[in-house]
Ligand binder design. Sequence first.
Ligand code: UDX
Length: 491
Amino acid sequence: QGKQDQDMECSTKAHLVCMAAPAQGHINSMLNLAKVLHSKGFFITFVNTDFVHHRFLKNPESLSSLDGLPDFRFASIPDGISPFNDGDEHRQDIPNYSLAIKNNCPASFLKLLSAMNDPNSGVPVPPVNCVISDCFASFTLNATAKLGIPNVFYCPSSVCGFLDFYYCKELMERGIIPLKSEDDLTNGYLDTVIDRRPGMIEVRMRDLTSFVRTTNREDILLNLIIDETHASHQATAMIFNSFSELESPLLDACSSMLPPVFDVGPMCLLSQYIPNDSAIALFGRLNLWKEDFGCVEWLDEKEPGSVLYVNFGSMANLTSEQLLEFAWGLADSGCAFLWAIRPDLVVGGTALLPQEFSETTKGRSFITSWCPQQRVLSHAAVGGFLTHCGWNSITESISAGVPMICWPFFGDQQINCRYICSVWGIGMEINEDVKREEVARLIEKLMRGQKGKEMKKKAMEWQEKAFEAAKAGGGSWINLERLIKEIITKE
Ligand code: UDX
């Protein structure tokens, strides 16, 4: 730390403070953006909240690659969530964590920012030029308004996901959501078609964010996503982790309603185009779980395009029954598969798979808990991805030209799934009430059928467009330069 502080004393660079929302997918995405901005010559303070920061400290491998980088430091702010201890693997209370953050972080972020901006505070950093805040961490607005610092919101979700959340306000005002009764979950109400919303395709109730599936007008998560997306009106500008070709009408709709909008994605690719001589190019990732590289060696032995990769991201939960349906679907498909089962994937229990399943799939299955996903998706052996439709997973899959089977779990994942299947043509959806027969049938279709070939072709077309946007001089870099010139460093 001593050496780092000395380096910081000398820095005269413009200083950006990147505030990540405390979830794996949000942190990965913000870290990629922070790396890209560091490579553009900025001094970066990357801020997590204590809850996740303490978890990173427990995974030293994740942090070791982050030590001692010039002009890049980490900070953490109190969030009022009690620390994560050993044995807490199943602790995941998103509504209450969100409330704690909303209540505690405005003051703790103000304290941090004030200290960094006070030459007498002893914090050896240049004065803060701009805050880049996850758009789901709008608590930063309190501090930036008080200190007169620009606040650029970064949306780590899809543009369709952002707009879907944003339009919930209007649907609530029109009485379409929340649900009138629990019966609406099963009586066909979810198949009701919603009027076309500006920039979006026509969707059914079941394609809307899962947060609308409540009968409670005061529901914490439903109200939170409305408040957070509408807070973006107070931001100086908005950055999206997407690219124009992919979400053009949606970006246009955002541009007509919000502060200046810049699409600079896919971040997972942009961060790979950082010049090799930049110190940040070697910089690692922040992982809440330990990565298993053994799965890459296992893939090395497999035929090109022969393996289905299965991963439900960092927050989705399955019941034991759903886990078994997926397991037997995979077994019955006869396909080789790599499956990452997080320690907390199954609600309230351990993910126990029967001995018979292990015997049936022996030699063609690799089960682990957390893997280097981008490397896995880019591996020649991987021919398909069974995913929960988190936005990072989708952009990583597109960037690798891999078609998908979709089983959205919550949040923006339902609408992402709809766009994957109906607009981009690179995926097929599994029914919410997952059954092994359907799993096996869709795997067969994806990995060996004509439809799979068509989706693979389409996925490779999107991959090419993603590279066009993210390569040096591509559309996303041009937008990033504009953002820097017109917003971040504008006098
Ligand atoms: C959630 C939302 O669903 C997503 O849309 C939102 O934008 C962020 O929060 P999450 O469940 O974390 O996301 O999924 P996803 O967005 O796909 O992010 C997961 C990240 O973890 C990806 O970057 C993926 O590469 C990484 N990962 C996942 C691993 O490195 N290893 C794994 O085994 C699984």
